[in-house]
Design a protein around this ligand. Structure first.
Ligand code: HSE
Length: 436
């Protein structure tokens, strides 16, 4: 059988990784897919570089529109990124009856509902394994491997840049700004790292996992997103003294009243495997009612790890190309007419445990006042740490860990604590997850 023909939009890091792995492993891939997979055309603004990278073996064009409309192309790989031109090209490819493979989490988290609907109407596939956690086959696991389960929650380290920064802050006791500069010099962080450090990239990814896990439309605009820019080295240190590590987690959890969808720095017990995921690695922990906890670990970025996911999608699409669309795995795991409009809960309705740090005057009754406020708010204390005050400085840090409580209850308690004369600083509040 003739090879299936692919058009590649964008030959940057992941694009060239895809080209190289496909070439290197072509024979094994052909044996798996049932036919060859051939990149026939590459679109990139830098045509000279594209020619160099492909060694003159494929057509190179500067206008991606020429690829998405080309009659001999069956699959378009979109590796341009962003929401603008990428959205137009993906929709145009679909309109022209092409299957689409994309690594673009931002596009799907924001415009996924529109894109999946367009693909459904046209009977084509939009595959996006590479959009979440790079080389880790988490979409496959959630959509197919865990299909028997009622998924209860997912918690993931799904941004390598921030995990690298947090690891360095903990290892070296450095503050955020210093480590960010180091990460940029090493090429771990982008020149404009906003999407990573503000948690937006992780929120895109957890939004996609949430839709697949719970059978609901993608709802990025309802996600609660906090990054790591305000995290202090002192909290990483105190967390460690209490037996916890701080990780930027993407969390989604099923509750009676709706679904939690949030990204924020989170204290995790140091004994959990996921707490020991260091550097730029990714990991996703999934709790299903039948299987229990399963953990997926690997590289969340980089040329060949991401290419591994892109090519897995190419093979899937190649195998299913001629199948009746009704026999394919639905984009969001659930049949499109079975998606439910379960609400995403506002952050004030989320349930979590909390880490509270405050600077207080070291005088009689301060602790009693603080614990009274917590008790009156129905908040139970799990652990406490008080530092000895330094000589001549009658003030100290108090750190309190709470049991599970509603976020609005802890916020109300914090307002009352901050109003005490003896509390000298705003209360630092971090969420804490036991993940058991
Ligand atoms: N910038 C992401 C990260 C990789 O640092 O993990 C691409 O999503």
């Amino acid at each position: 059988m003739n090879p299936i023909k692919v058009g590649l939009l964008g030959i940057g890091t992941v694009g060239s990784g895809t080209f190289n792995v496909l070439k290197r492993n072509q024979e094994e891939i052909r044996r798996r897919a049932g036919r060859g997979i051939e990149i026939a055309v590459v679109a990139d603004l830098n045509t000279e570089r594209a020619r160099e990278l492909t060694g003159g073996t494929v057509d190179v064009v500067s206008d991606a529109n020429d690829v998405v409309t080309r009659p001999d192309i069956d699959i378009v790989i979109e590796l341009i990124g962003g929401y603008g031109i990428a959205r137009e090209l993906v929709l145009k490819a679909i309109e022209n009856g092409k299957h689409v493979v994309t690594a673009n989490k931002a596009l799907l988290a924001v415009h996924g509902n529109e894109i999946f609907e367009a693909a459904r109407k046209k009977g084509v596939i939009v595959a996006f394994e590479a959009a979440v956690a790079g080389g880790i086959p988490i979409i496959k696991a959630l959509r197919e491997g865990l299909t028997a389960n009622r998924i209860q929650w997912i918690a993931g380290i799904i941004n390598g840049t921030t995990n690298f920064i947090l690891s360095e802050m903990r290892d070296k006791g450095l503050d955020f700004d210093t480590v960010l500069k180091e990460a940029q010099q090493l090429g771990y962080a982008e020149a404009d790292p906003t999407f990573d450090i503000e948690g937006i990239d992780a929120a895109h990814k957890v939004t996609l996992m949430s839709a697949i896990a719970f059978g609901m439309p993608v709802q990025f605009d309802r996600a609660h997103v906090e990054g790591i820019t305000k995290l202090s080295a002192i909290d990483i240190k105190y967390a460690e003294e209490l037996g916890y590590r701080i990780k930027l987690l993407g969390i989604t959890r099923r509750r009676e009243e709706g679904v939690e969808l949030r990204v924020h720095p989170t204290l995790v017990p140091a004994s959990r495997l996921i707490a020991n995921v260091e550097g730029a690695m990714n990991a996703v922990l999934v709790q299903g009612d039948a299987v229990g906890a399963t953990l997926y670990y690997g590289k969340g970025a980089g040329a060949e790890p991401t290419a591994s996911a892109v090519i897995a999608d190419l093979v899937d699409v190649t195998r299913l190309h001629t199948a009746d669309p009704n026999h394919r795995v639905p984009h969001l795991a659930f049949q499109p007419d079975e998606l439910s409009n379960v609400p995403v809960l506002p952050i004030e309705e989320v349930t979590s445990s909390y880490y509270l740090r405050m600077r207080v005057s070291d005088e009689t009754g301060v602790l009693a006042e603080i614990t009274r406020i917590l008790a009156e708010g129905g908040i139970s204390i799990d652990a406490m740490l008080q530092k000895e005050s330094r000589e001549g400085e009658p003030q100290t840090d108090i750190i309190i860990l709470t049991h599970l409580t509603r976020e609005k209850q802890i916020n109300a308690a914090i307002r009352s604590i901050e109003a005490l004369q003896t509390v000298l600083s705003p209360v630092t509040r971090l969420r804490m997850e036991e993940l058991n």
